[in-house]
Each structure stands twice: as structure tokens, then as C-alpha cells.
Design a protein around this ligand. Structure first.
Ligand code: TYD
Length: 196
């Protein structure tokens, strides 16, 4: 495939959206065609997931993990693969590592989560913006209404530990997200440049 696939990971409030937007602006300035996208999607399965996140729907955690994996399969075939075939840079907020970090923090075995995500296309680059859960939590608590996962600090702490545990195995590049926005963005640009 001609394009490049970059996924950005991290706990809620780590700064993913900000850095994806800044990276996209910079890449476009340098003549790249960029698609910003995220998971869970706003498509059929993603909308069911968002009802779970808002506390409107309760399902067994394994069903939740299967929904995230199914949403991803549709996302890959409808959005990610077509963009890559057209030579674009795809910046995806959250991907398989979100399932590994969050659904294992919610009690599922990591190996099983890996196995239901086997058919997911491998990104050219995965970046983990690492921020202690307490700091990320403080950032989002004051800024907006939180969903079921976001308001649970213990869960966010487990998620962060899981991310650091899986980073090596999954080849995630860890970026220290507690520094200034400019410093974090500069490192992300450097990592992106290396694969473009
Ligand atoms: P998030 O990126 O925070 O969406 P938004 O910016 O729209 O709030 O993702 C929503 C939540 O979904 C977040 O708490 C992480 C969780 N999540 C999983 O638990 N597993 C997954 O596989 C994905 C993609 C997300």
C-alpha cells in the first residue's frame, strides 16, 4: 500500500487529539495528503460502543471487546485501507493497543484480546503519549463531562500500566507527554518523519 498508517495511543486526557491535529497541519504544510480518523468510529458498531461508554448500555466485557474489534474491521475496510491505497497518511487516534490496554484493564486476558484483533492491519508507526493517569485525569476533569471509562481513575491507572507493559511487544514508541506541547510535538514529528 502506498500511504502510511500512524496510530496514536494513550490514556484519556494524554493529548492525543491535540497532537494529531498539530501533526496533520505540519504534514499538510509539507504537501502530504492526510486523513485524521479515530476509534471507536461513528459508524454502526461504533455508535453501539458509544452507548456503552455513556453508561446507556451494559454488556459483558467480552462482548464489548468484540464490538471494538468489529468496529475496527469495518474502520479498516471503509476508511483506513482506501486512504492508504490512495497514498494518504492516515493518523488514527486509538487502535489495537487501546483494546489491549483498556479491555485488559477491565479484566480480559491480553492474549484473547490479541487473538480477536489478529486480522487488523499493522500500523507503520504506533506512538504512545505517556502521561501518568493522575495528570491526564486532572486535565480532563475540569474541561468536560466524562464518560464511564474516563471518570474511573483506578481504571485509567491500570490502562497506563498496561500501555507501558505492551509497548515493547507491540513496538510502540513512547513519548513523554508531560513536557510542553511544543517538545512533545517535536518528538512526534521526528518519529513520523522517520517512517514517511
Ligand atoms: P476516546 O478516544 O476517548 O473518544 P472521545 O475522544 O470521543 O471521547 O475513546 C473513547 C473510549 O473508548 C476511551 O476511554 C478508550 C475506550 N476504548 C477502549 O476501551 N477500547 C478500544 O479498543 C478503543 C478504540 C477505545
Amino acid at each position: 500500500m502506498k500511504g502510511k498508517f500512524i496510530s496514536i495511543e494513550g490514556v484519556d486526557g494524554c493529548g492525543k487529539s491535540t497532537h494529531v491535529k498539530l501533526l496533520a497541519r505540519w504534514l499538510r504544510f509539507h504537501g502530504r495528503r492526510v486523513v485524521i480518523t479515530d476509534e471507536p468510529t461513528n459508524d454502526t458498531i461504533g455508535r453501539v460502543i458509544k452507548r456503552i461508554l455513556r453508561g446507556k448500555l451494559k454488556l459483558p466485557i467480552a462482548a464489548e471487546a468484540l464490538l471494538f474489534a468489529a468496529d475496527r474491521v469495518q474502520h479498516i475496510s471503509d476508511v483506513i485501507e482506501p486512504a492508504l491505497k490512495a497514498g494518504k497518511v492516515v493518523l488514527n487516534e486509538r487502535y489495537v493497543c487501546s483494546s489491549l490496554a483498556y479491555q485488559s484493564a477491565r479484566g480480559l486476558p491480553t492474549n484473547w484480546i490479541s487473538s480477536i484483533n489478529k486480522c487488523a492491519l499493522r500500523p507503520d508507526l504506533g506512538i504512545l503519549i505517556d502521561v501518568p493517569a493522575e495528570i491526564a485525569f486532572a486535565r480532563i476533569k475540569s474541561s468536560r463531562r466524562l464518560d464511564e471509562f474516563e471518570r474511573n481513575l483506578r481504571l485509567q491507572q491500570r490502562v497506563r500500566r498496561n500501555y507501558l507493559r505492551i509497548a515493547r511487544r507491540e513496538g510502540l514508541k513512547i513519548v513523554n507527554g508531560t513536557r510542553s506541547c511544543n517538545e512533545v510535538q517535536a518528538e512526534i514529528r521526528k518519529l513520523a518523519s522517520a517512517v514517511l
